[in-house]
Design a protein around this ligand. Structure first.
Ligand code: FSX
Ligand code: SF4
Ligand code: F3S
Length: 369
């Protein structure tokens, strides 16, 4: 693909000013900005100068692209594909083989220092990175060549941000996220397995409007999306506060919509706006559907948030009437495993928060507010 017109072929393309307006209003709300900024956003979004985007796929399930393309409100995929000039995207472009490789080379050459590089998927580093190859080159080679030449990088999904499912123990391919390889570059992490497309849209609109990334947390995640815990805005929170829990799936408490903490919900230690933004324009999200949050926006969640159906140890739960009691201990093996992995992440910000939550301190403070 060489220009935006070409991308329109893929999505049935072309959006009206009204759609831009709706999309920008949605982005402004997601970013937590006043509606006053919407005209400025629309102006930036409708500019004929579309930022070139090179989208790389590595170790992943393509769920990030899928969730983007299947999104609604107001057809985010169309909107994004009209906002940018998607010069290279392996699963969307018509080109294949040598022509595709040439497209990539040309896009980089023509737009060095100007394009946005979106990376989807983890990068294997073991044995010279041979476990993911495209056109005979390793993902490691490709990302090392492309990402430093970009204006900035967006790592979409937990795989690109932190290594994801393939980085789970024993991580046989040595998978890591982009930030572990590419240094000295602006990298915006939009984790989630897959992430909410609205967070990606809002980030793109922010970049278009202000020419810079949104404010990021210590893990490189936009604060507008990852600044609060799932638990802080969960519709089941009143049940948590009053000590009404699902004890096992399908029990009367489950049918009544009680809190899922005791059946493994990791909402108290997971930073994301899922409980506010929801998915698919129908208000759906994991906890709303009756399953606990598995912490998919956090680094190493496939290890640190396990077992899926047990809550983390040491988080205080209320028993109702303001009486608190430390949650019952889960099996020693699970406790040791989770605590050890979480301790390993304690060197970075959110890891620290998780660690202190596990020790009971920060969670207790939060719950006492
Ligand atoms: Fe990873 Fe994206 Fe999980 Fe999949 O492609 S974040 S495996 S749902 O979706 O990279
Ligand atoms: Fe919601 Fe989970 Fe918190 Fe319960 S523990 S209130 S289900 S986020
Ligand atoms: Fe993931 Fe939990 Fe949101 S599992 S999608 S962070 S509710």
């Amino acid at each position: 693909m060489s220009n935006n017109d070409h991308t329109k072929d893929f999505v049935g393309g072309g959006v009206s000013r009204r759609t831009f307006l709706k999309g920008c209003a949605l982005a402004a709300a997601t970013l937590g900005l006043s509606p006053d900024v919407v005209p400025k956003m629309v102006e930036a979004a409708m500019s004929p100068k579309r930022p070139p985007v090179v989208w790389l796929h590595f170790q992943e399930c393509t769920g990030c692209s899928e969730s983007l393309l299947r999104s609604a409100r107001p057809d985010i995929a169309t909107l994004i594909l009209d906002l940018i000039s998607l010069d290279y995207h392996e699963t969307l472009m018509a080109a294949a083989g040598k022509q595709a490789e040439e497209n990539l080379r040309n896009a980089i050459k023509k737009n060095t220092g100007k394009f946005i590089c979106v990376v989807e998927g983890g990068i294997p580093t073991k044995d010279g990175g041979i476990y993911c190859k495209i056109g005979g080159r390793t993902a490691l080679d490709i990302v090392t060549e492309v990402a430093p030449r970009a204006k900035m990088v967006i790592a979409i999904g937990t795989c690109a941000a932190f290594g994801g499912v393939q980085a789970a123990k024993p991580n046989p391919t040595g998978a890591v996220g982009v930030q572990d390889i590419v240094k000295g570059q602006t990298i915006i992490n939009i984790p989630g397995c897959p992430p909410n497309p609205e967070n990606f849209l809002a980030t793109v609109v922010q970049i278009l409007t202000y020419g810079r990334p949104p404010e990021l947390d210590e893990l490189g995640r936009p604060k507008f999306a990852y600044g609060r815990k799932i638990h802080d805005h969960c519709e089941r929170r009143p049940h948590f506060d009053e000590g009404r829990f699902v004890e096992c799936f399908g029990d009367p408490g489950h049918k009544k919509g009680y809190c899922l903490y005791k059946v493994g919900c990791k909402g108290p230690v997971t930073y994301s706006n899922c409980s506010v933004e929801r998915f698919c324009n129908v208000g759906a999200w994991p906890v709303g559907a009756g399953h606990g949050c598995i912490g998919c926006t956090e680094p190493g969640f496939w290890d640190t948030m396990m077992p899926i159906y047990k809550h983390l140890p040491g988080i205080y739960i209320p028993l109702g009437g303001g009486i608190r009691e430390q949650a019952e201990k889960i099996g020693e093996v699970a406790v040791g495993g989770a605590a050890a992995v979480i301790a390993a992440h304690a060197a970075v910000g959110v890891g620290k928060k998780i660690f202190s939550s596990v020790k009971g301190s920060s969670q207790k403070k939060d719950d006492e507010k």
